[in-house]
Design a protein around this ligand. Sequence first.
Ligand code: ATP
Length: 510
Amino acid sequence: MTNNEDKLKKIISHAKEYGFVFQSSEIYDGLSAVYDYAQNGVELKKNIREAWWKAMVQMNENIVGIDSAIFMHPTIWKASGHVDAFNDPLIDNKDSKKRYRADVLVEDYLAKIEAKIFKEVDKAKKRFGDAFNEEEFLNTNARVLANKEKMEAISKRLYQSLEKNDLEDVKLLIEELEIACPISGSKNWTEVKQFNLMFATQMGSTAEGANEIYLRPETAQGIFVNYLNVQKTGRMKIPFGIAQTGKAFRNEIVARQFIFRMREFEQMEMQFFVRPGQEMQWYEHWKAERMKWHLSLGMNKEDYRFHDHEKLAHYANAAADIEFNFPMGFKELEGIHSRTDFDLKAHEKFTGKKLRYFDPEINESYVPYVVETSIGLDRMFLAVLSSAYNEEVLEDGSERVVLNLPPALAPYKAAILPLIKKDGLPEKAREIMTELQEDFMCHYEEKDAIGKRYRRHDAIGTPYCITVDHESLTDHMVTIRDRDTMQQERVAIADLRTLIFNKIKNKALV
Ligand code: ATP
């Protein structure tokens, strides 16, 4: 097992043990790729969602939010291209009977070649020490160049074949690369077939009279079909944006890697409507803004990179992913797409209604172009959780697991702990709890020794533990312990509110 797989396993079991994420329907042996957020997870998830909403809606006068329904008119998905083109190429291994996404098999193969390049870099770094120039090495080393060339050739062929829907060639590529099933180890593959990812259900009381409708595979279309309503009722002037958070559903073929790829997940999307011809400038703007948001949360810069798309979706004229260094490696966390006027034009065509905007500045009416930012809330949750998870060996040789969550995102801001369960300490602690819980999520706990309670709050990422002892009854002071430094300080009860507020204050969030 590699260290990375090891880390993902540890995060999954930590998330379960400390009430962040449970497998859905666990007592029925679970439902594949569906998860439930538990008592601490729901708080962290809510805080991430609110941080996003604040950055996108509250801080931008020209962006407003909506909450559209999950069920929509079925023709919307015809217009958007999802009925005909929202497919993944799938392939089965005849021996293990396991199903894979053909493109993912090839992409995993490419990741292995990339790992070889990283290994060469690491080796050279050690050899050359301070004199090492990574960029020069990547552009001159013969082995690296050969591997890069190989990667380019494979990915070009894969994307061209997918573009042309030449599924035979995708299978041929898998055979030529001698890709084996990770489970059976065999190279005995079926043909590659297209598989539509939308979940369908029936609307109506009887099956005969029923209309087939879909669970939305993205929240974006709910924004497009409401664009004119919002523009008119909100008297919005271009450029302006509409934001929305909500559930989306995809019947993913390869659903694995915990909450990274789920069948029911939550998206946070913003569609920005601009004058045609100005989309590239806004695309660059939102790329930069979104990266800034991630870093403003206190995430590590080294864990992020952009990946500009070579293969563009049918609706886009430019697209980039913000990739995060998950325990499984760098993977897409967010997409920024210049979607042109594809969606609005398609809805015009299918409804016969005009979705134009009259631009008083240039005295012209047009169908706006759209730049979209789209992030998976669950993927962001995994990014936050995995970068916060730390195992530490303390000075006395003992170990602790701590979640160094950005304080503003932590489920609880403070734990209120009476040192013992008697002598009036619980009553004093309750008083503090009552006062603080109006402003912050706090947790009152009196069970177990104080050290054990500290560890439990380290493990769920509570920034402050507040301990009430006998002296507190007379000096009106408490001991406050910092999660990250484990330093303890004596402070006046009257100062607690300001102290916690300053700790969690983050311009991006609170
Ligand atoms: P991928 O290539 O990983 O399947 P995608 O390119 O299909 O993702 P988009 O359609 O651009 O994803 O969706 C926008 C965002 O929604 C993604 O960046 C991701 O964070 C999130 N997302 C997409 N599919 C899933 C899923 N099955 N589970 C969790 N989050 C998802």
